[in-house]
Write a protein that binds this ligand. Structure first.
Ligand code: C5P
Length: 218
């Protein structure tokens, strides 16, 4: 049997305003990289589409480096149809500056109110075009109503699984080495994964999904 092909996104995106200023978020990429490494160790063929992070490039994984949400969308859309599983762990910026300048804006000319425009929702678009045999996993980084919001996003984005992540706590989520999450499936299954190193959390997430994938296939 050929190896299962897994496309994973990780890290933040950067939405440039001019060559010295951007809008971003505190995502470190650690969760997405941990998932990619675990998927590789499970024998999957892995491609990691990564926003700008300060992590070493994992061995045995195809890397695509991107910066903005639009770059990430281009990279993911190009690869999507060739992959069995797609896991969007990236913290994609929802907005970008309406215009970006090729030269540094002098502070006197910097707009008091920056005009923003919405970035495309990469995952939602994938949910509309995924085939029956593809599996789509999203993340929901929330500070309140964590499970309710995650369940809603699972439906709205037509996902198979969502990983609900409470980022209001300092010892888990975003830049921490540890995480605690709830894994929710479109079949109503909910599995709590307690605070642990992100490599352990990644292992638990992927093994739970794989088990259910194998059960479905037989
Ligand atoms: O709606 P929300 O941003 O909370 O959804 C989070 C999930 O959607 C994550 O899996 C993230 O990677 C993905 N996402 C995306 N494109 C965006 C925003 C989020 O693919 N513009």
């Amino acid at each position: 049997m050929p190896p299962l092909k897994c496309l994973i996104s990780a890290g933040p995106t950067r939405e440039w305003i001019d060559p010295v200023r951007f809008i971003s978020n505190p995502s470190s990429g650690k969760m997405g990289y941990a998932l990619a490494k675990e998927a590789r160790d499970m024998g999957f063929e892995v491609c990691l589409v990564s926003g700008p992070v300060e992590l070493p490039k994992p061995i045995g994984i195809e890397m695509v480096d991107v910066e903005s949400a639009l770059d990430m969308k281009r990279a993911i859309d190009e690869k999507f149809s060739f992959y069995d599983w797609v896991i969007m762990a990236a913290a994609v910026c929802d907005h970008r500056s309406e215009s970006s300048s090729k030269i540094k804006l002098p502070k006197e000319h910097f707009p008091e109110n920056l005009s923003m425009t919405r970035n495309p929702d990469i995952l939602k678009d994938l949910g509309k075009k995924k085939s029956k045999s593809q599996l789509l996993v999203g993340f929901a980084a929330e500070t309140h109503m964590v499970l309710e919001s995650a369940r809603k996003k699972l439906k709205q984005k037509n996902l198979d699984w969502i990983v609900a992540n409470d980022v209001s706590k300092t010892n888990q989520g975003f830049s921490s080495d540890q995480n605690a999450v709830t894994l929710i499936s479109s079949n109503g299954l909910e599995k709590q994964i307690y605070l642990a190193d992100k490599s352990i959390v990644a292992k638990e997430i992927l093994h739970a999904i794989h088990l259910s994938w194998l059960e479905k296939a037989h």
